[in-house]
Design a protein around this ligand. Structure first.
Ligand code: GLY
Ligand code: MN
Ligand code: MN
Length: 436
């Protein structure tokens, strides 16, 4: 009989976690940081939604399983990292599988591991000397409960202790990826790119978007990813113009463009890739003309990526390139100034060109720091995802353009002297046509 799913942790993972926790402890400056695992979300009866660990707890512990736990990072005179986990319980293990337990948790490289039953004793002791407790009580009912039980009921004992939300503090660490994280994100991208490519090769008119989604996600699972990073968008025809289309139920028709915006998560890290291609292997002239504007824009904006550049500057350049491209093609019959005025361009380009990517698809990290728009830094991973969507019935374009929707999205690592594109997936017109 197989022994189930006791988790093994690689030495690289443990070393990366230890280094990460040390960096954070250093920055805590006399404070404590407490992060708790996420409870399972109940669906109905004895069913729960597919479990997803809290990304902050996972970032600090490396523990993705359903075991309930708390990470405590302690700075000051005796800096240390502590993990509290549930004790193993044979009844729970019969229903839900092997638990991590204290022995398993001891592999994760913490200075100390305790049973979660010890938290009410250990936490107040450590709080005696702390000036600041960083946690996420606004976002997490598990932490809220712990704080209510331990901190607030006994608050008289911790007079000087300030409790602060950790999202900004911890988000700034999560924003800069270490080498271990970059490798995981590269793997997530490799798996997702293979899944996109399989869809490009095997799609045909008459297939449903849902069948194509199944093929995409089969390939992701066979590649080693248990989750998609978000609900896969598998659109065809004018469905491409709906940004977060997720009905995925129409039939692909000859002459359609297919737009798939999908990425797997690997070891918790998201990929986020969009490709748009013709179901029968040939772009019409009009589809190709729009596609080439988006592709040229995407490549130019990727080439702008380097430390010091700001995401709003990338967005402004995207608005300009897409809109001028449409004006030159004769699709939009306004001047650029008129199209830019009053956000009219949002009729064909309504979203942003970039967001942070990491444990969440729209990842943690502040976009504005002390009132200033944050420049890119080496170690950030961002998306570059321009798109043009000529909505059916659009008053800005003739009917022949209506229903054409194109987005192209890659995941980009900012490096010391520029960028590295993590997404290797066909996007040139000739490549896409040759794949069929
Ligand atoms: N897939 C969601 C996004 O591209 O932001
Ligand atoms: Mn995206
Ligand atoms: Mn996307």
């Amino acid at each position: 009989m197989k022994s189930g799913a006791r988790v093994q942790f690689s030495p690289e993972k443990v070393a990366a976690l230890q280094a990460r926790r040390q960096r954070i402890i250093k920055a805590l400056n006399g404070g404590l940081l407490l992060a708790a695992s996420r409870p399972a979300f109940h669906k109905y009866d004895s069913s729960y939604f597919r479990y997803r660990q809290d990304p902050n707890f996972y970032y600090l512990s490396g523990l993705y399983t359903e075991d309930q736990g708390v990470v405590l990072l302690v700075s000051g005179d005796k800096p240390q990292s502590i993990l509290f986990v549930e004790d193993r319980d044979s009844a729970t293990e019969i229903w839900n599988g092997p638990m991590i337990g204290l022995d398993g948790a001891a592999q994760l490289g913490f200075d100390q591991v305790f049973s979660i039953a010890d938290l009410p004793r250990v936490l107040p002791e450590l709080m005696q000397n702390a000036t600041m407790l960083y946690t996420d009580r606004q976002h997490h009912e598990g932490v809220e409960r712990i704080l209510n039980d331990i901190v607030y009921r006994q608050r008289i004992a911790f007079d000087g202790l300030e409790v602060r939300d950790f999202w900004g503090f911890l988000g700034d660490f999560r924003l800069i990826k270490d080498a271990y994280e970059v490798e995981l994100m590269q793997t997530a991208n490799r798996i997702s790119a293979a899944a996109h490519k399989r869809c490009m090769q095997d799609a045909h008119a008459g297939m449903t978007e849902l069948e194509l989604q199944a093929l995409l996600e089969l390939e992701m699972k066979c590649g080693g990813s248990p989750f998609t990073a978000y609900h896969s968008i598998v659109a065809s025809g004018s469905n491409n113009c709906c940004l977060h289309y997720n009905v995925n139920s129409c039939k692909l028709e000859a002459g359609d463009l297919v737009l798939i915006d999908a990425g797997c998560a690997y070891e918790g890290y998201a990929s986020d890739i969009t490709r748009t291609w013709p179901v029968d292997g040939h772009f019409t002239d009009d589809q190709r003309a729009i596609y080439e504007i988006v592709l040229k824009t995407q490549k130019s904006i990727i080439d702008m990526v380097k430390p010091g550049v700001k995401i709003p500057d990338l967005q402004e350049a995207t608005i300009k390139m897409l809109t001028e491209g449409l004006i030159e093609l004769g699709v939009i019959k306004l001047s650029y100034e008129d199209a830019r005025k009053n956000d009219t361009f949002k009729a064909w380009y309504p979203h942003g060109v970039s967001h942070y990517l990491g444990l969440n698809v729209h990842d943690a990290g502040r976009y504005v720091v002390e009132g200033q728009r944050r420049p890119l830094e080496a170690g950030m991973v961002i998306t570059i995802e321009p798109g043009i969507y000529i909505q059916p019935g659009s008053p800005y374009a003739d009917g022949r353009w209506h229903g054409i929707g194109v987005r192209i999205e890659d995941d980009i690592l900012v490096t010391a002297d520029g960028y590295r594109n993590l997404t290797h997936c066909p996007k040139e017109v000739a490549e896409l046509e040759a794949l069929r």
